[in-house]
Design a protein around this ligand. Sequence first.
Ligand SMILES: Nc1nc2c(c(=O)[nH]1)N[C@H]1C(S)=C(S)[C@@H](COP(=O)(O)OP(=O)(O)OC[C@H]3O[C@@H](n4cnc5c(=O)[nH]c(N)nc54)[C@H](O)[C@@H]3O)O[C@H]1N2
Ligand SMILES: Nc1nc2c(c(=O)[nH]1)N[C@H]1C(S)=C(S)[C@@H](COP(=O)(O)OP(=O)(O)OC[C@H]3O[C@@H](n4cnc5c(=O)[nH]c(N)nc54)[C@H](O)[C@@H]3O)O[C@H]1N2
Ligand code: SF4
Ligand SMILES: [Mo]
Length: 700
Amino acid sequence: MPNSATPTHCPYCALQCGMNLTPAPDGTVEVSERADFPVNRGALCGKGRTAPAVLSSRVRLTSPLVRSGGTLVPATWDEALDRIAGELSRTRTEHGPDACGVFGGGGLTNEKAYTLGKFARVVLGTSQIDYNGRFCMSSAAAGGMKAFGLDRGLPFPLEDIPKSGCVILVGSNPAETMPPSLRFFTELRENGGTLIVVDPRRTRTAEQADLHLMPRPGTDLALALGLLHLVVAEGRTDEAYIAERTAGWEDARAAAMAHWPEYVERITGVPVPQLRETVRLFCEPESAMVLTARGPEQQSKGTDTVSAWINLCLATGRAGRPFSGYGCLTGQGNGQGGREHGQKADQLPGYRKLDDPAARAHVAEVWGVDPDSLPGPGRSAYELLDALGTDIKSLLLMGSNPVVSAPHAAHVEERIRSLDFLAVCDVVLSETAALADVVLPVTQWAEETGTTTNLEGRVLLRRQAITPPDGIRGDLEVMHELADRLGVEKGFPTDPEEVFEELRRASAGGPADYSGITYRRLAEENGVFWPCPMPEKDVPAGAEDVHPGTARLFLDRFATPDGRARFVPVSHRAIAEEPDEEYPVLLTTGRVVAQYQSGAQTRRVDELNAAAPGPFVELHPRLAERLGAAEGDPVAVVSRRGRAVAPARITLGIRPDTVFMPFHWYGEGRANTLTNPALDPTSRMPEFKACAVRVETVER
Ligand SMILES: Nc1nc2c(c(=O)[nH]1)N[C@H]1C(S)=C(S)[C@@H](COP(=O)(O)OP(=O)(O)OC[C@H]3O[C@@H](n4cnc5c(=O)[nH]c(N)nc54)[C@H](O)[C@@H]3O)O[C@H]1N2
Ligand SMILES: Nc1nc2c(c(=O)[nH]1)N[C@H]1C(S)=C(S)[C@@H](COP(=O)(O)OP(=O)(O)OC[C@H]3O[C@@H](n4cnc5c(=O)[nH]c(N)nc54)[C@H](O)[C@@H]3O)O[C@H]1N2
Ligand code: SF4
Ligand SMILES: [Mo]
């Protein structure tokens, strides 16, 4: 490996900030500024800056582990791989292929996600594969598909944000979750545009806003409908656009008209004058955007909620036009690419549908298998986890830590413990890995090459910058070795570029078409936006292509058969679990800037732990006073599913009827002990953002 700086990308969130990595003489790695990457222009948050700490053997796994006599003990790779192959094979023989489950992650590179989906269907023959992205952006994906016929989180690059006239950020806190992106919102305001933030908490992002709406958690659907009602009532619809570029307006309009502003104020708690002001700020400029993130999406009506915000954009002519549109801010490092290439329960590579005969035939040909041998769609993430130990006997897990991050986590933990066999590939001994029968230590971002697709739909090359330590292997090698042991000798290469070449062919002609993208292009350009097809039908391996990629979608037509966007008629409905006398308070959950997700990686970094040492319960002074709780006092939050205890953090920046907990920790402060696994009927997204709880003081 070279001793000079390697330009690459951060291992964490979907911004995929560019950075340079240089190996230092003492074996560590230095991060330096990479100013040429347009998304972050050199800026990094604390997580990105400290990411090399997780490469240290002090915190990472250094050897395969195999459970023996109840404890995990070091083993050779052959012992560990033989054990996994043997157990998966036994499960398949005794209970059938669907008794083998596979769970992936949106942090895996495109090459890994693609190979994991192929491994499940071709090697194990199981339909039971899904991934943590289901908990992330699935509602936005479902809403985008319904309206536009395509799901790419942002239909435009981030650099378009400052050129818009108004941006409504719904349930998104980029000041903590994507700090370098805050610049785009600051520039928006410097250019005279307005920023409206919709969040039940006065976050660091909301503090930057021109207008902050503070709805009751779980009421974004009603809020969007109320805004659309006002748009119609005030004659602010764009009738020419509606006639020319959309379908289904009458029904959506009728549904919205039932949501009077006063009724919406009662449901959401947002005063009517603020609704009117929002409509004015959104409709007056020439262009405007709505961007959603997990706040409105992680609800049991997340898909309808996204549809309602899209309807608002369509009725006002704000989609498929310059500096206008609806977008979702995807979360994980490869949250976009990870949802395109087949680790989803119902999906084949290129965002193809598993139940589409033409898609099956195309992918089966690339894979060299009979289309009839491909299983059908399987269960969604929570349903899969819920079936562990009953229908699903053995699980292979790669890139997730569900014991911390899944809803109703105590139940999920109990299901995981009831498995016959669990194998986990991870870089650290996560709380889920600690329950495994076999743990495989895998290489990390800086030690391997692969592609990710950032929140803009920009495909990037994450280059290897250092040599991995001895005794560590890559996820691709793990799948190659397991396939080999399970009787599939070909089709599981360990070279990422070789996998990408196959992915190009598998995705060719699909909605997420990568066939015109090559590693060489990615090395020369600052990423390529999909779709990027080949001009010809056949894709010769390694061939170059001239398609520039598609930075901006829908400017001429939407991806529906007739090119028109679809309105979806939706109506308000309550959250799955409304507060009552016994559980009178709403709990919502989310993130803090210094910890990432389940914390498996960031809780192993001293600097980040110093900044965010543990869980807390954010509550309003009025609620604290009623409880008799002072700042820092331990308080218990109790839901129908369990009890969590963490110190009180008292703030005026939250609604008095709501408490907030970050979900990055395990143990007594685990927020997901409390959360409700009620699922959205379309996206199967759990209701992470609203459940009924009671709050109590704790004697210590
Ligand atoms: N530091 C850090 N950054 C991250 C991550 C991380 O774990 N840590 N994870 C990455 C990933 S995978 C993701 S998905 C993104 C998530 O990024 P965000 O969506 O920005 O993160 P969250 O904190 O989950 O939720 C955003 C906001 O939604 C608000 N909210 C809660 N309930 C509601 C509601 O009912 N309605 C509305 N409108 N708002 C509500 C919360 O108060 C919160 O401020 O972040 C990415 N970046
Ligand atoms: N209450 C509540 N719960 C939530 C959310 C919320 O807002 N509230 N948000 C949800 C969302 S949006 C998400 S995305 C999920 C995320 O939650 P998780 O799925 O648990 O995500 P991570 O903590 O990122 O877990 C990734 C694991 O994979 C490992 N890993 C990293 N890179 C690799 C790799 O290349 N190969 C392998 N094999 N392993 C790797 C990491 O060390 C870590 O253990 O949490 C969800 N849970
Ligand atoms: S914002 Fe996201 S991609 Fe950028 S440095 Fe931080 S964690 Fe990494
Ligand atoms: Mo996420």
